[in-house]
Ligand binder design. Structure first.
Ligand SMILES: [Zn+2]
Ligand SMILES: [Zn+2]
Length: 338
């Protein structure tokens, strides 16, 4: 089969690889219908994560179940499924409390920028749609696999709700879908922080009421001006750098909540800042599996259209161009068709 392989920073090639096979009785192998490039794939692409050997890429996926191991009960061959980037048993105490991405048996799912994918713990990881979805719904269902699920978790972690003012740090796909999530959860005011006209427009379409172009402490100042000097009730952090984390914490009012979902890179928070901020910090890899049934439902009913974050679609063979387009910020998010 064909698969995207990262050989070194800036070097992605599509090559032949063995088709994955079932390894455990709890595995499924799926034939991918669509996959995409994640903002977090750009960390190794830009050399910010070390790459010791060529690596298969991709952890956001939708597909059709090809075969299942003997112990798999909840999905069967021929079904269309959406999965999450951490495989989970969905039965342990941590899963049952809603933190499937912290499952005691969690395993990373990788290699989805390919024709086929092995998914461990299929029963606890994959969710089948009631029937074969229309082709037009595929991109939105793919978004649910990570960026939408992650934006949703960020909004939950930030305790977004009716009457709240929400600020969103980061205008990548996750930040933009954090705006959508905040709007769905009834936020009164949603301030998107972005300096790119196309992303500002999409943020507004997803429900942003205000745009702040300033960054860092200037951005914090602006949020305070917009909130009577208090700061936002809820802040979504969707970048993962020192600057963005401090921007999020400082933009939150005393007693407010920060939901942080940008994969943390060299972030070291000053204790005194934290101590005097009175903010709640909650985040990490999103328990997407928890939200999949609800998100699939909202998508199939046409209530939300997260697919708008995919502004470029390419065949898998052009994965290298997909990475370049996202790295150069020519595209928000690229969908790949195997
Ligand atoms: Zn991702
Ligand atoms: Zn578990």
């Amino acid at each position: 089969m064909r698969a995207a392989i990262m050989h070194a920073p800036g070097d992605v090639r599509v090559e032949d690889r063995d088709r994955p096979a079932l390894q455990q009785p709890t595995d499924a192998v799926i034939k991918l219908v669509a996959a995409c490039v994640c903002g977090s794939d750009l960390w190794p692409y830009r050399g910010a994560d070390t790459l010791n050997e060529p690596r298969t890429m991709g952890h956001e996926y939708v597909g059709i179940v090809e075969e299942t191991g003997a112990d798999v009960k909840s999905v069967k061959p021929g079904q269309f499924v959406v999965g999450s980037f951490f495989a989970s048993d969905n039965t342990c105490e941590i899963c049952r409390s809603g933190y499937q991405s912290g499952c005691v048996h969690r395993q990373g799912v990788g290699g989805a920028q390919a024709e086929y994918l092995r998914v461990p713990l299929a029963d606890g990881t994959l969710v089948a749609t009631p029937e074969m979805p229309d082709a037009g719904k595929v991109p939105s269902l793919l978004a649910a696999s990570d960026v939408l699920g992650t934006g949703w978790f960020a909004a939950k972690a930030a305790e977004v709700g009716p009457g709240k003012t929400v600020a969103v740090v980061g205008d990548g796909a996750v930040g933009l879908l954090g705006v959508l999530a905040a709007q769905q959860m009834g936020a009164e005011r949603i301030i998107a922080m972005s300096r790119h006209a196309d992303r500002q427009a999409l943020a507004r379409e997803f429900g942003a009421t205000d745009i702040v172009e300033e960054r860092g402490e200037a951005g914090v100042q602006k949020i305070r001006e917009l909130t009577g000097g208090l700061g936002a009730h809820s802040v979504i952090e969707a970048v993962g750098t020192q600057e963005s984390m401090l921007q999020a914490i400082h933009a939150t009012r005393a007693g407010g909540h920060v939901g942080f979902v940008g994969v943390s890179h060299d972030v070291a928070l000053p204790g005194r800042d934290l101590f005097y901020s009175h903010v709640h910090l909650h985040g990490g890899p999103a328990p997407v599996r928890q939200y999949l049934p609800e998100l699939i439902d909202l998508i199939l009913r046409g209530d939300i259209n997260p697919e708008k974050v995919f502004d470029l679609e390419l065949p898998l063979e052009q994965a290298a161009e997909a990475y370049r387009a996202m790295d150069e910020r020519r595209a928000i998010k690229v969908l790949l068709r195997p």
